[in-house]
Design a protein around this ligand. Structure first.
Ligand code: ATP
Length: 256
């Protein structure tokens, strides 16, 4: 579903060149959930923005369902870290979730159905008429997730979506993502700096190196498909995998 081939990205500004991505190549199969980790500043956000068609690639190619990405691909949704900035404060929760559906020109009845379904899926049916600023951070991020889900994406990209919420909310949101991913059979690329989160969510974890940014390791997460915050995290294999990812990240940092 996602093909990233020798992707390169250089930022140019004020006479300075920053090579954010050297050369990154990997695939994500349809229906897979792949997590990307790597040292701070190694280009994870840049990679996601290139895949989302929000930034032009400098070199190489990104394909979604076989089509080269030249702008935001249809049937792709993105959830960013900064939920505070991704929701419109003057719109209600319902209006925020409905906005992309209006842009998709869906009929009113279908929009209402999708909005109600996605708000129910994230447990926010009662908050439909509230404004984002009346909600907690975790609830606002659930609105952002509902908006992505209502859009019925084939591909869901997430950039450190839980970095700004407390630990308990984070665990709840991780389980929400796993449930939605299974129910919707969506292909997901999830960027995080949290090793445990990457192992808990992913079917594969890709470790990026920095300077130059490339794929340092591509680790298969052979944990049972049904995950549980307590049971999965207590498995000896979970500990082994997080150790493995940790060592690769240390190596990636050393490669600077
Ligand atoms: N708009 C920009 N102009 C110039 N350089 C940029 C720009 N955006 C990012 N960079 C640089 O590109 C590199 C990669 O940044 P990016 O935000 O993609 O990394 P990251 O892995 O997501 O970082 P973090 O883990 O800290 O969120 C960094 O050196 C950063 O300073």
């Amino acid at each position: 579903m996602l093909e990233i081939r020798e992707l390169n990205k250089v930022y140019r500004g004020s006479g300075r060149l920053v090579e954010a991505i050297g050369s990154v190549t990997f695939d994500v199969a349809a229906g897979e959930l792949v997590c990307v980790v790597g040292p701070s500043g190694c280009g994870k956000t840049t990679l996601l923005r290139c895949v989302a068609g929000l930034l032009p690639a400098g070199g190489g190619e990104v394909r979604v369902a076989g089509e080269p990405v030249t702008g935001p691909p249809p049937r792709m949704a993105v959830v960013f870290q900064e939920y505070g900035r991704s929701l419109f404060p003057w719109m209600t929760v319902r209006q925020n979730v409905e906005l992309p559906l209006k842009e998709k020109r869906l009929p009113r009845a279908r929009r209402a159905e999708l909005v109600a379904g996605s708000l129910a899926a994230v447990g926010l049916s009662d908050a439909a008429d509230a404004h984002p600023w009346q909600l907690s951070g975790g609830m606002q991020q659930r609105v952002a997730i509902a908006r992505a889900v209502a859009y019925e994406p084939e591909v869901l990209l997430m950039d450190e979506p839980f970095a700004a919420v407390d630990a308990q909310t984070r665990a709840d949101l991780e389980d929400l993502i796993l449930r939605l991913w299974r129910d919707l059979e969506v292909t997901a690329l999830f960027v995080t700096h949290d090793i445990d989160e990457a192992v808990y969510l992913g079917q594969r974890v890709i470790v990026l190196s920095s300077s130059p940014t490339g794929v340092m390791a591509d680790i298969k997460i052979d944990l049972p498909r049904d995950r549980d915050q307590l049971a999965t995290r207590s498995l000896p294999l979970f500990g082994e995998l997080r150790g493995q990812v940790y060592r690769w990240i240390q190596q990636a940092r050393g490669a600077r």
